[in-house]
Design a protein around this ligand. Structure first.
Ligand code: TEU
Length: 572
């Protein structure tokens, strides 16, 4: 087992099927649409695709509410289509990582339907509790404890069938499975093996650190269930058991397992990803994505403090080095588009999109590219409450309104942070509906698809797309990116993001100007060596190893100065 697993040098591309490509004109993306666009994914040079859920689902949370784990939702196609996708991907050297959503099912899942009957053998497959007496109303009850759902409001729903409450960490239509029940775990493991037998190469595990609930389900201090659930030590027992019962059944194959973990600390991530402990390969952590959350959380966005973002990512680099393994991401289907969030999607759109991608990919770990990120897709100008489709946005709006917050404030925050920003259709070309569908798209296409699209960037050597292709190729070619140590420089600088990667006698200096103004680099080592070093990659045409003086390059760089949103990685 001394050979290095493939995913250490891999880049993964995330497909959100609903919004990627629609083959049948119903306005919703599907598996045959992905098949038609597979050349785009292969041309990026990525190694694997993480496919968000395509299983049978009432689609309350766009497929993260599953009612049949072993069948494909007709909206997305058939099992035969999926088998064809696996085969077509494997033929191109691409692996397929499926989404595994097993903290909860849909309330329409037959398991839950049976579980509603207290006499059913499946009663204990979910988490049922009697209510607490309501001191103000002797005839009524209160939820069993004070936990709140991730999507706000109580995490408990009263079911009239038995008069008991069931736990739901997300919407009431997503009841939590009871992992303490051995039969539940065995059913999940069997289902996972069924997918691996079909040729699937791994799983991205949705909110996996919520599966183990603390004994006795005690009240949370802040009315927030997460703090209670995510630290439960039982999690590691379940993950190790899953490894043995599922993945160890295939000794000749190397899978990719990445667990999404809310509020996870680097210490817990080390426990989950230390290869010696045999749990997961990597986790999706949230610390760096939460640095711009205000006192009221996600929907209280604050301007980015670059120092906090740099420090967070650097801390994860240091803490996991040589022990665990990092995933690297700035975008996914739950996050607003990073070029709008932390870049400049106006004047310096191209520069800031490439800078953010470049800085991330030059960290140690396995980078994930979310569909549309590779062309610099931006947030959508959402204006009215009815423009949103996401269940989280709807709940946030309802609760903020109940709290009496001013309408403009609520709508402003939603426009900046809503998950729908990530879910507008993939922009393939400048045609009507951006080449996504021949029908009418389920979420509106961004007006900027007229110029911001795959076709327009395909043959432009200076496009965001071409930059991402170079970046992905570098990971295969340059050992230091995968194996080199990481050292953050100038942590207190408010605009300069700089670090050194070192391996053997290779020393790679990465500098990035996170602002729209020129930035003079500090004097001395190692910055003084920048202009004399060998440029590995840069995001200005004349700083990218291409012909000097491209469109924006103009007169070229002044020594020791970074231009607006300029990134350079240089061997020094
Ligand atoms: O996400 C977990 C989760 O809590 C996210 O919803 C995220 O924290 C939130 O968007 C921040 O506001 C996973 C899936 O990725 C997400 O799409 C699902 O809605 C959720 O689990 C429930 O399955």
């Amino acid at each position: 087992m001394s050979t290095e697993p493939w995913w250490r040098r891999a880049v993964v591309y995330q497909v959100y099927p609903r919004s990627f490509a629609d083959s049948d004109g119903d306005g919703i993306g599907d598996i045959r649409g992905i098949l038609q666009r597979l050349d785009h994914i292969a041309a990026l040079g990525v190694d694997a695709v993480w496919l968000s859920p395509v299983y049978v689902s009432p689609q309350v949370d766009n497929g993260y509410d599953i009612s049949d784990y072993q069948a494909i939702d007709p909206t997305f196609g058939t099992l035969a289509d999926l088998d064809e996708l696996i085969e077509a991907m494997h033929a191109r050297g691409l692996r397929l990582v499926m989404d595994l959503v097993v903290n909860h099912t849909s309330d329409q899942h037959p398991w839950f339907q049976e579980s509603r009957d207290p006499a059913s053998p499946r009663r204990d497959w979910y988490i049922w509790r009697p209510g607490r007496p309501d001191p103000d109303d002797p005839g009524a009850t209160l939820p069993p404890n004070n936990w709140s759902s991730v999507f706000l409001g109580s995490a408990w729903e009263l079911d009239p069938v038995s008069g008991e409450y069931y736990l739901h960490s997300f919407t009431p239509q997503q009841p939590d499975l009871n992992w303490a029940e051995p039969a539940v775990r065995q059913a999940v493991y069997a289902m996972m093996r069924w997918w691996l037998d079909r040729g699937v190469d791994g799983f991205r595990m949705d909110v996996i650190n919520l599966i183990s609930k603390p004994e006795g389900l005690p009240d949370a201090e802040q009315g927030n269930q997460l703090e209670m659930v995510v630290n439960d030590p039982g999690l590691h027992r379940y993950l190790a058991e899953m490894r043995r019962e599922v993945f160890d059944a295939y000794p000749d194959r190397t899978f990719l397992t990445v667990g999404e973990m809310l509020a996870v600390t680097p210490e817990q991530a080390v426990l989950a990803t230390d290869p010696a402990r045999r749990e997961l390969d990597m986790v999706f952590q949230f610390e760096h994505m939460d640095v711009d959350h205000g006192a009221l959380g996600k929907y209280d966005p604050q301007p980015l403090d670059l120092r906090a973002l740099k420090a967070s990512l650097a801390r994860w680099q240091e803490m996991l080095a040589g022990q665990g393994w990092n995933s690297l991401y700035l975008n996914n289907h739950d996050q607003p588009r990073v070029v709008s969030r932390w870049g400049d999607d106006g004047r310096y759109w191209r520069e800031s999109a490439t800078l953010l991608g470049g800085v991330l990919h030059l960290h140690q770990g396995t980078p994930f590219v979310y569909q549309g990120e590779e062309i610099g897709m931006t947030n959508y100008p959402f204006a009215r409450p009815e423009d949103y489709r996401d269940v989280e946005a709807a709940r946030a709006y309802e609760i903020a309104t109940m709290m009496g917050l001013p309408e403009e404030l609520i709508l402003g925050s939603m426009a900046r942070m809503s998950r729908d920003n990530a879910r507008t259709p993939m922009q393939w070309d400048g045609d009507a509906e951006a080449g996504f569908t021949t029908g009418r798209s389920w979420l509106p296409v961004h007006q900027n698809h007229l110029w911001l699209n795959v076709a327009a960037q395909q043959d432009d050597p200076h496009s965001v797309l071409s930059f991402y292709k170079r970046l992905i190729a570098l990971r295969k070619a340059e050992d230091v990116i995968t194996t080199g140590s990481f050292r953050l420089l100038v942590p207190d600088h408010e605009r300069l993001w700089a670090f050194v990667r070192e391996s053997g006698d290779q020393r790679l200096l990465v500098v990035a100007n996170v602002s729209g103004d020129p930035l003079r680099l500090p004097a001395g080592d190692p910055f003084a060596a920048l202009d004399g070093g060998r440029l590995l990659i840069g995001n200005y045409p004349d700083g990218a190893g291409d012909a000097p003086g491209g469109a924006e390059g103009g007169a070229g760089a002044e020594p020791g100065v970074l231009r607006p949103w300029e990134l350079r990685a240089v061997y020094v």
